[in-house]
Design a protein around this ligand. Sequence first.
Ligand code: HEC
Length: 128
Amino acid sequence: MLNKKILPLFLIVFVFGAFTSSATKSPKAPQELEMPENVKAIVKNSCFGCHNTDSKNDKGKEALDFKALNSLSKTKMIKSLREISEVLEENEMPPKKFLDKYPDKKVSDADKKVLMDWAQTEAKSLMK
Ligand code: HEC
């Protein structure tokens, strides 16, 4: 009873919010990657620890630095996005050893799709 009333209201607010926020967003700066909150959350949970400028994992941050993505050349940015999509497709990341220790860092199938779709869409839009 309560849910029936609240759910449509919630949806309206949500859809309206999504609509207006994208309409008022400033135009995309050239070469600037946009990371929606849901993508950020997945990266933060499963990737960022090893793949950021301040990571203690030297090999990891050399291979990919999420903090520095936006300062890469366009070509390198596209390459990184492709690699992100590839390692997810092949289930190479996060590394198996790491997941044995921290099983909650595993990327679920749904999250994997979100992350791969994001990487592929961004790579495509950079190639335009
Ligand atoms: C426990 C640390 C760790 C975590 C967590 C981790 N990585 Fe990595 N990653 C590494 C290391 C170390 C390398 C480089 C050595 C290698 O290729 O195995 C690497 C390499 C990579 C590469 C480059 C692969 C290539 O082809 O050169 C990509 C892209 C990548 N990781 C993406 C991710 C993504 C996306 C996530 C989250 C879903 C993630 N990583 C989580 C440690 C990590």
